[in-house]
Design a protein around this ligand. Structure first.
Ligand code: NAI
Ligand SMILES: O=C(O)C(=O)[C@H](O)COP(=O)(O)O
Length: 384
């Protein structure tokens, strides 16, 4: 079997080598010529998989090691009888880590407390529901908006987007990009809704760039300048709008889900799907390919203000400011397209909160509920 695979997929040889010959190509460069004699195509989110790409190809399986599928023309695949798999939820925990890191960083910078804010979650699927669970466990009020789920499950527990805009201090977008249907998300946050955001509110988008009208956001930020934005995803990636980048409090290059754990989980899920496609048993578990973290535990032994304790643990694992600084630096030196993609291709090793065990003793034991809620496994230690 011949496989064409995005060069930026970790553990590719380990997961796919036993299926046949691998040709590794940077995701944005994969073209029809690469697929002329390929049997399977394995991508991440930056390869547009459509009729044009598949026109002369014998490919029978396409897998994307990502949650999002808006880069895949699934109708074109179905028409050609090509088996398709994505990796739902693979990096959802990493996105939640990103959101918490961002909100706690802004809270510190601007002098507010997350537990005193109401967070609106738009799109309550794998990412949004995990975010809601963690925030609730941390004592933070949340409101959920998910009209497709509300249609299916009933309205209880769901609110309209307009209600969230009216009632929330923070709005987090975790919707897929869809352009058709009653709940299409293309420019869900349009100029009118951006205009309605209350002064002092925070808008965070870690779904897809096209769900927010970037021009309207730019004009609100540069005009009144009375809201704060966090953007991980952008219109026209990788050639993002420099003006908007400069106005956004935390600007990152589509890396919210880029934990090693999340990427490996995506690779592993697609390896399983390819094994099913080939009628082969899957040969290894996720634990076989996921290495132990370099930092496995830390010990807190004295009382700390709760959000300081959270930031301490969080930054031992992941600090969103590093990704913000890298995007500024790389795009200023290399231009938008190259700078944005370089940050992603050379992304430093990042693990998830769940890989850090927080040992607690003395007065710090009182922090257990909060830290567990935020996603850190905790244990008690009397050894120090
Ligand atoms: N920034 C990043 O690195 C990452 C971004 N993503 C993006 O986040 C999106 C969401 O991820 P998951 O939660 O795992 O997907 P999911 O498919 O589990 O959940 C998406 C939810 O959004 C809801 N939804 C659809 N249209 C809506 C609308 N108009 N208003 C409100 N809710 C709506 C759906 O009903 C569903 O519950 C992905 O589709 C992907 O585009 C995912 C992973 C990483
Ligand atoms: O899973 C998704 O959906 C994502 O957006 C990915 O985490 C983004 O990763 P890349 O494929 O863009 O590296």
């Amino acid at each position: 079997m011949k496989l064409v695979i995005d060069a930026n997929i970790p553990a590719a040889e380990h997961c796919f080598g036993h299926f046949g010959t691998l040709t590794r190509v940077p995701g944005r460069e994969i073209n029809a010529a690469h697929l002329r004699d390929a049997d399977a195509l394995i991508v991440r989110s930056i390869t547009q998989v459509n009729d044009k790409l598949l026109a002369d190809s014998p490919v029978r399986f396409v897998g994307t090691c990502t949650i999002g599928t808006d880069h895949i023309d699934q109708a074109a695949l179905a028409q050609r009888n090509i088996d398709f798999a994505s990796a739902p939820g693979c990096n959802a925990e990493a996105v939640v880590d990103y959101v918490l890191s961002s909100l706690l960083t802004l809270a510190e910078r601007d002098g507010w407390l997350l537990r005193e804010r109401t967070v609106g979650i738009v799109g309550v699927g794998n990412v949004g529901s995990r975010l809601q669970v963690r925030l609730t466990a941390m004592g933070v009020a949340t409101l959920a908006c998910d009209p497709p789920r509300a249609d299916e499950e009933g309205q209880a527990g769901f609110h309209s987007l307009d209600a969230l805009i009216e009632r929330c201090d923070v709005l987090c977008l975790h919707t897929p990009l869809t352009r058709e249907g009653p709940h299409a998300t293309y420019q869900l946050l349009n100029a009118q809704r951006i205009g309605e955001l209350a002064p002092g509110s925070v808008l965070l988008n870690a779904g897809r760039g096209d769900c927010v009208d970037g021009l309207a956001l730019r004009s609100r930020l540069s005009g009144k300048g009375d809201i704060t934005a966090v953007l991980d995803v952008w219109e026209a990636e990788p050639a993002i709008d420099a003006g908007l980048r400069d106005l956004v409090a935390l600007a990152t290059p589509h890396i919210a889900g880029h934990s090693l754990d999340g990427k490996l989980r995506g690779t592993w899920m697609i390896q399983q799907a390819l094994a099913r496609h080939c009628g082969q048993p899957s040969e290894f578990t996720f634990a076989d390919i996921c290495p132990p973290p370099a930092l496995a535990s830390l010990h807190l032994q004295h009382a700390l203000p709760p959000e300081d304790a959270l930031r301490l643990c969080m930054r031992a694992v992941y600090d969103v400011r590093r990704d913000h600084d890298a995007l500024q630096r790389q795009t200023q030196h290399h231009g938008m397209h190259k700078g944005f993609d370089d940050c992603r291709a050379n992304y430093p090793l990042r693990r998830e909160f769940a890989t850090l065990n927080v040992q607690l003793s003395g007065e710090a034991i009182a922090l257990e509920g909060l830290l567990r809620g935020a996603g850190f496994p905790c244990s008690h230690s009397e050894d120090f």
